[in-house]
Design a protein around this ligand. Structure first.
Ligand SMILES: Nc1ccn([C@@H]2O[C@H](COP(=O)(O)OP(=O)(O)OP(=O)(O)O)[C@@H](O)[C@H]2O)c(=O)n1
Ligand SMILES: [Mg+2]
Length: 412
């Protein structure tokens, strides 16, 4: 039996990148041999084993054929006579279909090295279509490496979308790929590729609907709301923001797709209108709570955050309470980070200041800078306490907010 390093580890080593997980393929062995050598099987009916010491994955060389829709539809054929080349041929992209033997020799029957050098994501064979997750993977690798999708692969992905292949994807896999892609260096590339092949219209129709929707050129020199959205997402990545923040950046303007045509390019009320579509996306892909909550919060309140300079002190306190900022200060700060990305994700505005962020944080600190126990103790009736605390918070906020309003008069 021979073992070869395969897939991502070979690719990343050739790119000079640090290796993450290492996957191995085993040729000329069967399950019995693996078990005798102490390898541990991973699940049933699946020719993958864990090394007894390194715990790295060793898969028997296999061919793969789809016999029905969905994941249950896969049948593997693993046998000692399956060759390395046959195993590589069933893989998704040429850059992922290379192996390395024990002497360091690269086995590259599909010219993955040439595509790596050219920065191209190209499918290995028509078997690419057997797994629609590969569309998401391809978009994610574009986001990671900045590579282009080969024209024939883009055409194949379009065919897959048109054939309804993307409709069958399950929430867990979609979210897993989206989340990984959002955390890459160029997440906007992932969205561009998904848009170009039509998968975005299936997976995130609410985001796809933003393309072609105009905005006021004075606030948004890039005009197109879809382009703005991708610029905001990219700013969020460039700022090193977290997954919930990047996800919220992607969804913050969903309401703009619902603006009545007669008020375009204005978008009054898009913050309120966006909440339902954000909730739809959250539910469709079973988005984890931290991401789902922040996306809804940012969508609903980003216009208010931007226009703090127009608010009365009492309104500021009301917003701090409604956003739950007093109890969830970190989430509030995360929302403000997304607002910075929103402001900078506009053509020519990449270095805009956003004094609103520091000001909101100062307002929040002021509102928290009261002695609630002492205030409660001074109240004669329990039902007076809440109003007394509010009054004390307001007294803290008022001078700050009045000073800010004298200096700034931003509105959205
Ligand atoms: N849908 C898939 C998933 C995986 N693979 C193959 O299995 C290898 C390992 O898969 P995985 O670890 O998921 O991806 P990597 O390419 O290693 O990428 P990452 O760096 O994200 O782990 C891939 O390189 C590819 O050859 C595939 O062909 N089709
Ligand atoms: Mg891997």
């Amino acid at each position: 039996m021979q073992t070869y390093l395969v897939g991502g580890a070979v690719r990343d080593a050739l790119l000079g990148l640090p290796q993450t997980d290492r996957d191995w393929v085993v040729v000329g062995a069967d399950a019995q041999t693996m078990l005798q050598q102490g390898f541990k099987p991973v699940g049933q009916d699946f020719p993958v084993f864990l090394h007894p010491h390194s715990h790295e994955e060793y898969a028997l060389a296999r061919t793969e054929r789809k016999v029905a829709a969905g994941y249950a539809g896969f049948r593997f054929y693993a046998a000692p006579e399956v060759t390395l080349e046959q195993d590589l041929a069933r893989r998704d992209l040429t850059i992922n279909a290379m192996a390395q033997d024990a002497d360091g020799r690269i086995i590259d029957p599909f010219n993955g090295q040439a595509d790596l050098a050219a920065g191209l994501l190209r499918h290995v064979s028509p078997a690419f279509t057997e797994d629609p997750v590969r569309i998401l993977r391809t978009a994610r690798f574009a986001a990671r490496y900045g590579f282009q999708v080969a024209p024939e692969t883009m055409a194949l992905m379009r065919q897959m979308v048109a054939a309804g292949e993307v409709d069958a994807l399950v929430a867990e896999r979609v979210w897993q790929e989206l989340a990984k892609g959002l955390m890459e260096n160029r997440p906007a590339r992932m969205l561009e590729i998904l848009h170009e092949c039509g998968a975005l219209q299936v997976i995130l129709p609410e985001v796809a609907a933003l393309f072609g929707v105009p905005q006021r050129a004075d606030y948004h020199p890039e005009v197109d709301t879809g382009i703005h959205t991708l610029m905001v997402l990219q700013q969020a990545a460039d700022m090193g923001l977290t997954l919930p923040e990047r996800y919220a950046a992607l969804l913050h303007d969903l309401g703009k797709a619902l603006t009545p045509a007669d008020i375009l390019p204005k978008h009054h009320g898009h913050d309120v209108a966006g909440v339902v579509p954000v909730q739809q996306v959250n539910a469709r892909w079973r988005v984890p709570r931290a991401c789902a909550e922040l996306a809804e919060l940012v969508c609903r309140w980003h216009i208010i955050f931007h226009s703090v300079g127009t608010l009365k002190p009492a309104t500021v306190l009301d917003k701090l309470k409604r956003t739950d900022a007093l109890r969830r200060p970190q989430r509030f700060q995360a929302a403000l980070n997304v607002c910075v990305a929103d402001t900078r994700g506009r053509l020519g505005k990449e270095n805009s200041p956003y004094p609103q962020r520091e000001h909101w944080l100062a307002l929040l600190a002021a509102a928290q800078n009261i002695d609630t126990a002492a205030i409660a103790a001074a109240c004669t009736k329990p039902e007076q306490i809440a109003a007394a605390i509010d009054a004390a918070r307001l007294a803290q906020i008022t001078p700050l907010q009045n000073a800010y309003r004298r200096q700034h008069t931003e509105s959205h």
